[in-house]
Design a protein around this ligand. Structure first.
Ligand code: OGA
Ligand code: NI
Length: 359
């Protein structure tokens, strides 16, 4: 398409302007049929996924949630949170239609013309809670990531109705609503493993008082071996619930090791991972594990994570119930919004963020 436009994008500056500032995103480059990866997307070797580092014989657990309060199931979740930081859940009660709808809505939003999507760039968005972008923190990054996203911070139904893009608003809200009881059941199980008998209102708000839903789009990429879809990071959430499509490409780091485990797409399943906030609250018992996404040469991929978070004004630290056993706290108390700001001030850098809270 449009060879003249392609010819105009011959300087690094022009590509950055086109992708980042004008809101074409990496999808705009993919749609033009570029054959070679622009150099600002070339990642240093350490950030790419080397095939020699893949652990082909390992899998993260798949947990059947049909009877999620049975001790056996609770134990599986607690073990997975400690061992892997990641697991998948099936029979969680969310109808697959909800998943199909939010995936289609994601597709629909990213297929909008750049002029439409541009309205939600940081510079133009009517709300701080609605943000369209490319890569992660382009102004801080040495190399960009091959990903476009729409990030929606949930404040209220009214605000969402007024400010979220109509192309995907209802479907994103439906997924949020339907995930509510799954989140509660997951947190109930995980709290049992920390000696927290009951989640009172105050604790509930600290664990799940705010939510962000992201619609991620990873377009077809020339030279995927030279770049990355999402770089090494751990999430800053309490926990993350991720819907991925059938393409695959999410890799999780094996603890204390530099090998990476693929998270295979399972129809109808959700991927659950522990975030930094819960690692801190559990005083390191639950692990917020590094993960990343590879780019794909032949297929577009979508994913929809819901980040379940403390409220911005919560002060988080190791839970008293955990310290009651006599454990020494590994983390200090931090204002959650300070923690999140620290994360968003820098490029993805693996597990560095949590250093901010270490004693
Ligand atoms: C994220 C993330 C994984 C994926 O958005 O934090 O890790 O599969 N996404 O898109
Ligand atoms: Ni993540």
């Amino acid at each position: 398409m449009a060879p003249s436009l392609l010819a105009n994008l011959d300087s690094a500056q022009e590509i950055t302007k086109f992708v980042i500032n004008e809101g074409h995103g990496v999808k705009g480059l993919a749609d033009m049929g570029i054959q070679t990866l622009p150099k600002q997307f070339i990642q240093p070797p350490r950030e790419r996924i080397a095939t020699s580092k893949l652990a082909s014989q390992l899998f993260i657990p798949v947990i059947d949630m049909s009877n999620s309060n049975e001790q056996k199931v609770v134990d599986m979740m607690v073990d997975a949170a400690q061992m892997w930081g990641f697991f998948q859940i099936i029979n969680h009660g969310i109808p697959t239609e909800v998943f199909e709808n939010v995936k289609s809505a994601t597709q629909r939003f990213f297929e909008l013309p750049a002029e439409e999507k541009r309205k939600y760039l940081k510079e133009y968005s009517a709300s701080n809670c609605v943000r369209f972008g490319t890569s992660f923190t382009p102004h801080e990054e040495k190399a960009f990531e091959w990903k476009d996203y729409l990030s929606l911070f949930y404040v209220s139904e009214d605000e969402a109705a007024a400010l979220w893009p109509p192309a995907c608003r209802d479907e994103a809200l439906e997924f949020l609503r339907m995930s509510e009881s799954v989140i509660r059941r997951l947190l109930e199980a995980l709290m049992k493993g920390l000696n927290v008998k009951e989640i009172d209102r105050e604790k509930e708000l600290m664990l799940m008082g705010s939510k962000r839903i992201n619609l991620n789009y990873y377009p077809i990429c020339p030279n995927p071996e030279l770049t990355i879809g999402v770089g090494r990071h751990s999430d800053v959430s309490t926990l993350t619930i991720l819907l991925q499509d059938h393409i695959g490409g999410l890799y999780v780091r094996k603890q204390d090791d530099d090998t990476w485990i693929h998270v295979p797409p399972i129809p109808g399943a959700l991927v659950i991972n522990i975030g930094d906030a819960l690692q801190i609250m559990s005083n390191g018992r639950y692990k917020s594990v590094e993960h990343r996404v590879v780019a794909n040469e032949s297929k577009n991929r979508v994913s929809v994570p819901i980040f379940v978070n403390p409220r911005p004004n919560d002060v988080i630290g190791p839970l008293q119930e955990v310290l009651d056993s006599g454990e020494k706290p590994m983390y200090k108390k931090v204002l959650y919004s300070d923690y999140v700001k620290h994360f968003f001030r820098k490029a993805h850098d693996g597990k560095e963020t949590v250093e901010f809270a270490k004693i």
